[in-house]
Design a protein around this ligand. Sequence first.
Ligand code: SAH
Ligand code: SF4
Length: 358
Amino acid sequence: MRVNLLGLDAAGLAAFLGTRGEKPFRARQLMQWVHQRREDEFTRMTDLAKDLRAKLQQHAVVQAPAIVGDSTAADGTRKWLLKVDGANAVDAVFIPESARGTLCVSSQAGCVLDCAFCSTGKQGFNRNLTTAEIVGQLWLANRLLGGERPVTNVVLMGMGEPLLNLDNVVPALRLMLDDNAYGLSRRRVTVSTSGVIPGMDRLRDECPVALAVSLHAPDDALRNRLVPVNRKYPMRDLLKACERYLEKAPRDFITFEYVMLDGVNDGDAQARKLAGIAERVSCKFNLIPFNPFAQSGFERSPAERIRRFAEILQAKGVTVTTRKTRGDAIDAACGQLAGEVADRTRRSKTLRVVEARP
Ligand code: SAH
Ligand code: SF4
């Protein structure tokens, strides 16, 4: 079995070289070739010693997922469907803006958490992505987009719950931050979670980056319905976990994501309740107009309602942004990522674990 170098962070690469009788400092050079120069042919890594190249040829490979779909929306948003094995494909989405380019990366094939309004959740769950498959999305995007540094920001907001796959997500984050690889600052890498508390604590200790928490409701009664993981990790505990995270976070606020569902979570009273939450945790709100998909059973709140909701929060001193809906014509908007996920039975098994109260 050859090792995929896209999955090795600095420590992993040094160990890989060490066990093959190479000096660990070669790791730096090799990382630059792989991640910065986006080279997958060892023979072309001309400043590496010949015998090292031969060893790499024998024991290693640089292999990103295969592209099976590539579409670009009128607003420039580009979505790739990436095959990760014979049965599963995941989405990665590039969102160009004037001053930055954001890549939205998937962390799992499917998701067990089954939020009521999310198309990924409806696909069920098949498996965690490996570190190489997560980093491979960034490697590919940079390679395909070309230029010096097309991807300036990464958000783990694609398919899956990143904090349920930390064994693979943490080394991937380390590579994103490593100056010899992607060199992104911690503030430019954002992990989004539906509120998996033990994962928040672990991320804080192992690799704190910017954090977004998918709140979506002002109280447990509604959040239990919309985000079922709330039954295991209720809001009181979630807010405490946010405070703990802030002790080590690169930004001094948590971003609360809030999907705007017509007549469900978008009322004036609900906005006022959220303002109360904002008094307890340093945060910003990001309102996401709901992106519909077949049989979701929800509708997007009207623009006027979203504006009013934002106003109420702002009047209480809360910073609010409303996310522009981009890429929906190619199903690349938040919550529309469905990929192709095999074995839809696995979710029920894992969901039972999640729902079991401690
Ligand atoms: N599992 C993580 C990250 C992936 S989802 C999480 O839930 O945070 C990324 C964001 O898209 C989350 O805030 C999620 O709630 C939101 N989202 C899911 N479905 C959506 C939809 N149909 N319309 C708009 N946003 C949606
Ligand atoms: Fe999973 Fe996030 Fe979708 Fe919920 S919103 S089902 S946690 S991907």
